[in-house]
Ligand binder design. Structure first.
Ligand code: FEO
Length: 178
C-alpha cells in the first residue's frame, strides 16, 4: 500500500506530466501554423511521450492500492514570437519538471518509500534526455539566427524523429524507454 504523502506528491506529478502534454501539443499547433511540419512532428511525438509519463505515475499509484485524483490543469501558452522562443520555453519547462522529479525523490527518501525508487530513477534518467534534447535544438536555432535555409534544414532533421513506444492506452508502452 502506498503512503499518503508520496501518493499525494505522485498524484500531483500526474498533473505536471499532463500539463507537459498540453504544452507540447500547443507547440505542435504553433509549428503547424508556421508550416514547420518537422518541428510540429517532433513536438507531437513529445506530447505523446508526456502522456505515457503521466500514465506511468497513474499506474504506479493504482498498482500500490492508491486512488488517483485528477487535478485542474493550468492555462498554458498558445503563441510564441519565434521558433527559438518556443524551444527555449521547452528547455525551461523540462528544467521545471526535473525539479519536480527531484522533489519526489526527496519525499520518497524522507518517507522511506523504497518501492518508488525504480520508477523515480527511470524519471531521473529520462529528465537528462529531456533537457538535453530541447536545449540542443534551442542552441542550434540560436546559431542559425534568421537564416530561413538553416531553419528549414533543422525542420527536416526534426521530421525524422521516430516514436516507437506505442499508445498510452497500451500498458506495454509504459515499459518502453521513451
Ligand atoms: Fe515528462 Fe518532459 O517530462
Amino acid at each position: 500500500m502506498i503512503g499518503e504523502k508520496i501518493k499525494s506528491a505522485i498524484n500531483e506529478q500526474i498533473k505536471y506530466e499532463l500539463e507537459s502534454f498540453y504544452v507540447y501539443l500547443s507547440m505542435t499547433a504553433y509549428f503547424h501554423q508556421l508550416n514547420l511540419n518537422g518541428m510540429a512532428h517532433w513536438m507531437r511525438c513529445q506530447a505523446h511521450e508526456e502522456m505515457i509519463h503521466a500514465m506511468k505515475f497513474y499506474d504506479h499509484i493504482l498498482d500500490r492500492g492508491g486512488r488517483v485524483t485528477l487535478l485542474d490543469l493550468k492555462q498554458i501558452k498558445t503563441n510564441w514570437k519565434a521558433p527559438l522562443e518556443a524551444w527555449k520555453d521547452a528547455y525551461e519547462h523540462e528544467k521545471f519538471i526535473t525539479a519536480k522529479i527531484n522533489n519526489l525523490v526527496k519525499i520518497s527518501r524522507e518517507e522511506n518509500d523504497y518501492t518508488s525508487e525504480p520508477l523515480l530513477a527511470w524519471f531521473l534518467n529520462e529528465q537528462i534526455e529531456e533537457e538535453k534534447n530541447t536545449d540542443k535544438v534551442a542552441r542550434e536555432l540560436a546559431m542559425i539566427g534568421d537564416s530561413q535555409d538553416g531553419i528549414l534544414m533543422l525542420d527536416r532533421e526534426l521530421a525524422a524523429r521516430i516514436f516507437t513506444a506505442g499508445s498510452p492506452l497500451d500498458p506495454a508502452a509504459y515499459n518502453v524507454a521513451v
